[in-house]
Design a protein around this ligand. Structure first.
Ligand code: NCD
Length: 317
């Protein structure tokens, strides 16, 4: 059964993940730029997608909006300021009202992990999680996987293959507070990769904590990067640190991924980052802009993945 609500990647097997990725590749051209083949340009005509962003966002919000519009849908953008939520209306009531007006799907980002699950359980409207607190960020996980498959298969052999078998992928930074890392672990492991989580002990999830698959943990950047095929660098998510204090200068000195680190990795290794990049803190600008960086390719793949997800949950794939 095709899922109509995608809140997390953890429940899905490799076959479902490959279906989403395969559909997404239809929205990439030969040079991996974003396209919409004519047959999809009106696939969501006369439908509307509600973009409910209750936390800041640039890439995710804009790419969902572009994705919906490329498929012929209209979009409604709502955040807390400027909506009746600022008068005290609940997320649930807001969603129920939008659904009653005929909004065809919700894309939601919220600081709470649970609210999206409650909306999903209460309303039949198709629903995509665009980041729920430190929960999951499924479209980011899928776009990271697509970017890696594009690099290791399509760019190298001009043929798509949705496998990362035998690849070692390091995720470096503030893992514990990252919804991107959680979704990445699931999707990368389903496709056969071995994942290493690396960061200072206080920013690593505890061993045995559910939701982290089989991923290995290390508190040595060098150990994580040694022989790796790719590194996904994450920022320190200060908005979720609570009482924890992380000194930016000390963090940068120990954990910033720089040019010298790349020599530890495989010769064809690549660097990813979901954004926003805090240049100089977790990543050297030279690396972010360098030949191994796939950061802007991730953004292109993001539009393609979001087109695939919208089509899929709205029953138009
Ligand atoms: C991430 C997010 O918001 O979860 N960004 C994104 O969606 N591209 C990562 C982050 O904020 O660090």
């Amino acid at each position: 059964m095709i899922p109509r609500k995608v809140i997390a990647l953890e429940p899905y097997d490799a076959s479902q993940i490959r279906q989403w990725l395969k559909l997404a590749t239809q929205f990439l051209d030969d040079s991996l730029g974003v396209i919409t083949p004519p047959k999809y340009q009106t696939a969501l005509a006369h439908q509307s997608v509600g973009l409910l962003f209750f936390e800041p966002s640039t890439r995710t919000r804009v790419s969902f909006e572009l994705a919906a519009k490329h498929l012929g849908a209209s979009t409604i953008l709502l955040n807390e300021q400027g909506s009746s939520m600022s008068k005290g209306e609940s997320v649930m009531d807001t969603c129920a009202n939008l659904a009653a007006m005929g909004v065809g799907a919700f894309v939601m980002r919220h600081k709470s992990r649970e609210i999206i699950e409650q909306v999903g359980a209460a309303l039949p409207t198709p629903l995509l999680n665009a980041g729920n607190g430190n929960g999951e960020h499924p479209s980011q996980g899928l776009l990271d996987a697509l970017t890696l498959c594009a690099h290791f298969h399509y760019k190298a052999h001009r043929a798509w293959d949705y496998s990362l078998q035998g690849r070692t992928i390091a995720i470096v930074g503030d893992i514990a507070h990252s919804r991107v890392a959680r979704s990445d672990v699931h999707v990368l492991e389903r496709l056969g990769a071995q994942v290493t989580l690396a960061g200072p002990p206080e920013l690593l999830p505890e061993v045995g904590q559910p939701g982290w698959g089989e991923a290995r943990r290390t508190s040595s950047l060098e150990d994580a990067l040694e022989g790796a095929d790719a590194v996904i660098v994450l920022r320190v998510q200060r908005e979720r640190l609570g009482q924890l204090e992380v000194d930016p200068a000390q963090y940068a000195q120990r954990w910033r991924v720089g040019q010298a680190h790349l020599a530890l990795m495989k010769p064809d290794a690549v660097v990813l980052h979901p954004g926003p990049v805090i240049r100089g803190e977790e990543l050297e600008a030279q690396v972010a802009d360098g030949p191994k960086s796939l950061i802007l390719q991730q953004v292109r793949c993001g539009v393609a993945v979001r087109q695939a997800l919208l089509l899929s949950v709205m029953g138009a794939a």
